[in-house]
Write a protein that binds this ligand. Structure first.
Ligand code: FES
Length: 166
């Protein structure tokens, strides 16, 4: 039995090898682009600096607006504005999410008729200062909390966690 490779077979193998190499060179960047967000790590819960000085906080919640820079959302990177209600209880800094646990409107602190409470204007939802939802109003759970760190005197906020105060 002869092991000689015919000219035709040699040319077929060479063309298949070259074609396969060129096809993979063209497809790999496209595949990589398509699945890159899936492969990217979640990034953990980084703390984002806010303009709020910790020593200026009192026991009355203040609205703190801050920006999450270069937030990765699938294929897009953008700056995202965020808000928290922040106050002090003793030495502890507490930050609550403003997102109502009924249908996601933004809650406000106090108002003329709701002293010492968070109030949701959408369906009159009410929460105590610690975020606990007041029975008989639409929200079925307490406001979420943010992880908090004070770095160089400024409040830094991390990820949203379930309320630990109620
Ligand atoms: S969305 Fe807040 S009470 Fe309905």
């Amino acid at each position: 039995m002869s092991n000689k490779v015919s000219r035709r077979t040699f040319l077929s193998y060479t063309l298949m090898g070259t074609g396969g190499f060129m096809a993979s060179a063209m497809l790999m960047p496209m595949i990589r682009f398509a699945i890159d967000p899936v492969l990217a790590s979640a990034g953990g819960s980084d703390f984002i600096p806010t303009p709020q000085k910790a020593d200026e906080l009192t026991e009355t919640p203040v609205r703190v607006d801050y920006t999450i820079k270069d937030r990765q959302d699938a294929w897009y990177t953008s700056d995202v504005s965020n808000t928290a209600w922040v106050y002090k209880e003793g030495d502890k800094v507490i930050a609550l999410s403003p997102v109502c646990k009924h249908l996601g409107c933004t809650v406000n602190w106090e108002g003329d008729e709701h002293k010492n409470e968070f109030f949701c204007p959408c369906h009159a939802g009410r929460y105590k200062k610690n975020g606990d939802n007041i029975p008989g109003t639409p929200p079925l759970g307490p406001l979420d909390e943010y992880e908090v760190e004070v770095i160089d005197g400024f409040v830094n906020l991390g990820g949203v966690i379930p309320n630990t105060l109620v």
